[in-house]
Design a protein around this ligand. Structure first.
Ligand code: ZN
Length: 503
């Protein structure tokens, strides 16, 4: 709503500048036009009364083809509240700026909640019973802070709830993992810092959450941050917060992740990526149990448990001078190595079933489980991308398997070294050769053949794209969401390419 409001304000200023001599009503009419031009909705006016001199304003209109309804219906289905927030914000911001009175728009009906039409009424604030929703526009609270707050408060989606259980669910299966879990259980109830090591994709964040959930801090926030995903020059502000004006661009004071995680647990993934300065600050925070925001003078008490993770050897990094020794010893109070999937052979069937359940629920489908050949392939494969790769493979196979059919070896797309000779046929469904750029960079070279073909036959990029889109639709029985997932795309991005094809 707030971003819609800002856009409305900007458009109002534009309308004023481009029609300086026009009446207020004429200037006002630019709003609905700009709205349509931007493709947000088509406006069908019913009532428009503007009389700023007497403080009077009344507008009623219908939005046809609201883009927000389209998104909400395709992504979330019918909801029990109006969904055209951005449009409401826009109408409110535009009208308030043009007319010079605080005006609030509300939807009295919305297609997004199953109504016939989106019908909208705009009136001065004073004429609404409880205009508290207008505060969202004038609030000075930073949007990013609101989002962060929601992130740490929301008990995450139901899928995450299932994943939490994985921690206890797997105990008692493979030896290595069982040992690791019992150590994790023991350390959970202490206050000790934990350092998780292990290859990428082994589920370190899940273990960190498990430790948090089994600790006495479980009712407090769990905040996870991947140190590699934040630019070096912003990492300190991100971790420890920043005061307004600390540097160019710091236009508002903002809490850091440590403040958000206070009394709870912070999970620092890829901790080796911290800059030397951030390492020094982190060490001080852990030693003193207090922090100062970047550019701030106030000292805040901090009570936090740190779980760090790395897939590189931190001791080596210390020897090379890339990581502070004193910080390493602070983080490494309780080291825990998470074994790679290939060393947890006995867990593969359990994990595979777990992910099948997860994606059957997500895609409302029901398979009959794995064929014998499919299961033996899962067991033979080396899983260089670990659990993350297993999850991706299972998701694809659930999408590709029709209801009440078994998941076939063919739908798993695994490149088995042992069966390299027929891997190319096994890994191919009707000529569609997928690859996993994130877990298996070598697969690109294995696919050189079809790339050659594309150049030999002078096939254009557009052709390749349309063939991929068509094939994905065919494989997913014209289910757009599933087809998008097959190509690793978001639904809107895929739908855009599909529409381009059909036009
Ligand atoms: Zn609506």
């Amino acid at each position: 709503m707030r971003s819609g409001y800002k856009n409305g304000q900007l458009d109002a200023e534009l309308a004023r500048k481009s029609r300086p001599n026009a009446s207020i009503t004429d200037q006002f009419l630019a709003g609905p036009q700009l709205h349509m031009l931007r493709g947000m909705a088509e406006v069908e006016p019913i009532i428009l009364e503007i009389d700023p001199a007497n403080g009077h304003f009344l507008m009623e209109h219908i939005w046809l083809n609201s883009f927000e309804v389209d998104i909400a219906l395709s992504e979330l289905g019918t909801l029990d509240l109006p969904v055209c927030w951005g449009l409401l914000g826009y109408a409110s911001g535009f009208s308030t700026t043009i007319v010079g009175i605080d005006i609030l728009f509300r939807e009295v009906s919305c297609r997004g909640m199953g109504d016939q039409e989106c019908r909208v009424v705009g009136k001065p604030l004073s004429e609404w019973d409880d205009p508290s929703d207008y505060e969202v526009f004038s609030g000075s609270e930073s949007l990013i802070d609101i989002l962060y707050d929601l992130q740490s408060k929301t008990p995450s989606d139901p899928m995450d709830e299932i994943e939490h259980k994985i921690f206890s669910k797997l105990v008692g299966q493979s030896r290595g993992f069982k040992d690791m879990c019992s150590l994790a259980n023991k350390v959970a109830t202490s206050q000790a810092s934990v350092l998780l090591t292990g290859e990428t994709g082994v589920g370190k964040e899940l273990i960190a959450r498990g430790i948090h959930d089994h600790s006495e801090r479980s009712k407090q926030p769990f905040v996870a941050i991947n140190c590699a995903s934040i630019p070096q020059e912003l990492i300190e502000a991100e971790l420890f917060g920043v005061e307004k004006g600390a540097y160019t661009g710091a236009v508002q004071s903002r809490q850091g992740r440590f403040e958000r995680a206070n009394k709870g647990t912070i999970f620092l993934d890829e901790v080796i990526e911290l800059s030397a300065r951030a390492q020094a600050t982190l060490l001080r925070v852990l030693q003193e149990r207090e922090l100062e925001r970047v550019g701030g003078a106030q000292v805040l008490d901090i009570n936090i448990r740190v779980i760090a993770a790395t897939n590189e050897d931190l001791e080596t990094a210390v020897k090379q001078g890339r990581f502070r020794a004193d910080l390493f010893y602070r983080l490494n109070v309780f080291p825990l190595n998470v074994p790679p999937l290939r060393e947890r052979h006995d867990d593969i069937p359990l994990l595979a079933e777990f992910f099948v359940d997860k994606y059957e629920t997500l895609y409302s489908s029901k398979t009959l489980g794995f064929s014998d050949k499919a299961m033996s392939q899962l067991l033979d494969y080396q899983w260089p991308g670990n659990i993350r790769e297993l999850e991706n493979v299972i998701e694809r196979s659930v999408i590709l398997t029709e209801n009440n059919q078994r998941i076939s070896a063919k739908s798993l797309f695994l490149d088995l070294k042992e069966t390299a000779s027929h891997a190319s046929t096994d890994a191919t469904i009707d000529g569609l050769t997928p690859n996993y750029p994130d877990v298996n960079p070598t697969s690109v070279s294995q696919s050189d053949n079809w790339i050659e073909t594309i150049f030999d036959q002078a096939i254009t990029m557009d052709n390749v794209e349309s063939m991929l889109v068509q094939k994905a639709m065919e494989l997913s029985q014209n289910n757009v969401s599933k087809a998008a997932r097959l190509l690793g795309m978001s639904r809107p991005a895929f739908a855009y390419r599909l529409a381009k094809l059909e036009s």
